[in-house]
Design a protein around this ligand. Structure first.
Ligand SMILES: NC(=O)C1=CN([C@@H]2O[C@H](COP(=O)(O)OP(=O)(O)OC[C@H]3O[C@@H](n4cnc5c(N)ncnc54)[C@H](OP(=O)(O)O)[C@@H]3O)[C@@H](O)[C@H]2O)[C@H](O)CC1
Ligand SMILES: [K+]
Length: 509
């Protein structure tokens, strides 16, 4: 699913116009698509009165077209003008073609019409919304939201760029978005206001989409199914990657266990697990598969930089390195992480304390000669950018995208609607749930990602696959364990079932 910012949408409209599909045609197509969708809804419900709530911009214009087309087919429609007569030339010309469709403009009339409508169509504000809602608008929106409300392009009051909402934003059961889904609609909180999202083709030429800077897309199961490495019957372990994990400390051995277990369940051929010597016996009892590399530690149980030579030797035999989960942030671990990055000979996945260790010297990552993937949660991202978590969350795509472009890395910004940003474009995940908001979920993701990268999947594809499957594992766990009680380790238990489905899908394709 393509995702666009409002600016990209405006560029698409401009390019369409230059390529022979005019703005008027785009609005006509948008209205047509909306009318087809509404007709289907009416048929399912075996009838129904439709009220179009319209603002004075082009979002309202789309509704005038749909109202005209539906009325010509005998559907009972009416139009409520919430912001007066349309201001744009296009919307005004569509408004003038309403013919004898009832147009309501007083608040009292509109309230009454909302009360008797079977479908309320929200065409008040689209991508041109800014500021806040007036109290009387918010009150009307609340009334409309209590009915079966269908959003036009985006729910009114939502920010199509960031996913923010103002108090009173329309709550829709379904939203029909034109040309492409707006990026803000797959971010929280706006996502919860959209209901089911349908994207309608309004005739924008394919060539226009190809010219868009920094393309974005939603991650789908179909997309990630193609990334699964093929396993030939005569294959051997050396063909499925060699992963070096530099993780854990005496205080946080669990992070090393979870990332390693997740990596093993994602199919890596061979794992070398560098952890403090003192935790190996317990770990090995639980997971005998990895080759263990004992690390020397300080008196508190954090790895020393003196492990560097041994780790560099091991890295030379590896196809990917995961560094950071539970490693701790000390002067020694900082020196170790820096050295691994500076001398890396295979792709590096930098997670958790691995990220914290470089926040004071972030420019070193520009010098890294291998593919680098960072997996910060919003607080780690804020530390990287030296800003607040609120600043990260208020414009996630901008923050993730500009970091990936400036530093030439793949950046996985975790949180609801995880973003995989690369210097060329970005992907947004839609799987997962709040039951995953528990310490340890990130370690599981890092292990999964590192395993896939070690197997030779290109970093961006591996990141998309890992975040999608990680969220899907969370959704499966929540189904039978509840969001409340599920644990990050339960995600690992769901992985075999998910890979089984992917393998079955590949065999049937
Ligand atoms: N993308 C496409 O290819 C197509 C999109 N279409 C539709 O057009 C809208 C965007 O239309 P636009 O006219 O740019 O904007 P809106 O309709 O969303 O709203 C703009 C008007 O609303 C006023 N406004 C904004 N915020 C507020 C507020 N808080 N309170 C009151 N009024 C507000 C705004 O006022 P200004 O002061 O800023 O002028 C405008 O008058 C898109 O979403 C699609 O639905 C095309 O029709 C088809 C092609
Ligand atoms: K709308």
């Amino acid at each position: 699913m393509r995702l666009v910012t409002p600016q990209q949408m405006r560029r698409l409209e401009e390019l369409s116009d230059q390529n022979g599909v005019s703005y008027a045609q785009l609005m006509e197509h948008a209205g047509q698509q909306l009318s087809i969708f509404l007709l289907r809804q009416i048929r399912q419900k075996k009838g129904g009165k439709i009220l179009f709530l319209c603002g004075n911009g082009n979002n309202g214009g789309d509704c005038f077209v749909a109202a005209r087309l539906l009325s010509s087919q005998g559907v009972p429609v009416s139009v409520g003008l919430l912001c007066g007569i349309p201001k744009t030339i296009l919307a005004y010309s569509m408004y003038k073609q309403l013919g004898d469709i009832p147009v309501l403009s007083s608040i009292a009339q509109i309230k009454e019409a909302i009360g008797i409508a079977d479908f309320v169509v929200d065409g008040v504000f689209g991508t041109g919304f800014h500021g806040t809602l007036r109290p009387e608008q918010a009150e009307l929106f609340a009334l409309a939201s209590s009915r079966f409300c269908i959003g036009v392009d985006i729910p009114s009051g939502g920010n199509a760029e960031t996913g923010a909402v103002v108090p009173g934003t329309m709550r829709c059961r379904m939203t029909v978005s034109f040309g492409a889904c707006k990026f803000g609609m797959v971010q929280y909180p706006l996502k919860t206001y959209c209901g089911e999202i349908l994207v309608a083709d309004i005739g924008i030429p394919e060539s226009a989409y190809q010219q868009i800077d920094y393309p974005m897309a939603g991650i789908t199961e179909r997309m990630i199914a193609n990334f699964l490495p093929s396993r030939q019957p005569d294959s051997h372990k050396g063909q499925f990657g060699k992963l070096l994990c530099i993780t854990g400390s005496e205080r946080m051995p669990g992070a090393a266990v979870m990332s390693a277990a997740a990596a093993l369940r994602c199919g890596v051929g061979l794992m070398r697990l560098a952890v403090p010597r003192s935790v190996i016996a317990a770990m090995c009892a639980r997971y005998p598969e990895p080759m263990y590399l004992p690390m020397q530690t300080d008196e508190k149980g954090f790895a020393l930089s003196a492990n560097g030579n041994m780790l560099l030797e091991e890295m030379a035999k590896s196809t990917a390195v995961l560094i950071g989960c539970g490693l701790g942030e000390t002067e020694e671990t900082k020196a170790l992480v820096t050295r691994i990055l500076q001398e890396a000979t295979c792709p590096v996945i930098l997670d958790a304390d691995g990220i914290n260790c470089v926040t004071g010297c972030i420019d070193i990552i520009k010098e890294v000669k291998v593919p680098l993937i960072l997996t910060p949660h919003p607080a780690e991202m804020a530390r990287l950018l030296h800003c607040t978590v609120a600043a990260v969350q208020s414009d996630r795509m901008e923050q993730a995208g500009s970091f990936a472009r400036e530093h030439g890395v793949t950046l996985v910004l975790k949180g609801a609607g995880t973003i995989v940003a690369t210097p060329e474009g970005a992907f947004v995940n839609s799987t997962g749930n709040s039951g995953m908001s528990k310490g340890g979920s990130g370690d599981v993701l890092a292990g999964m990602l590192a395993s896939l990268v070690a197997q030779g999947i290109p970093p961006t594809n591996a990141a998309c696959m890992a975040v999608f499957l990680h969220g899907k594992a969370g959704d499966c766990a929540a189904e039978h364990l509840s969001e409340q009680a599920m644990l990050p380790t339960d995600l690992i238990g769901e992985l075999p079932g998910l890979f089984l489905k992917l393998e079955q899908r590949r065999h049937s394709d």
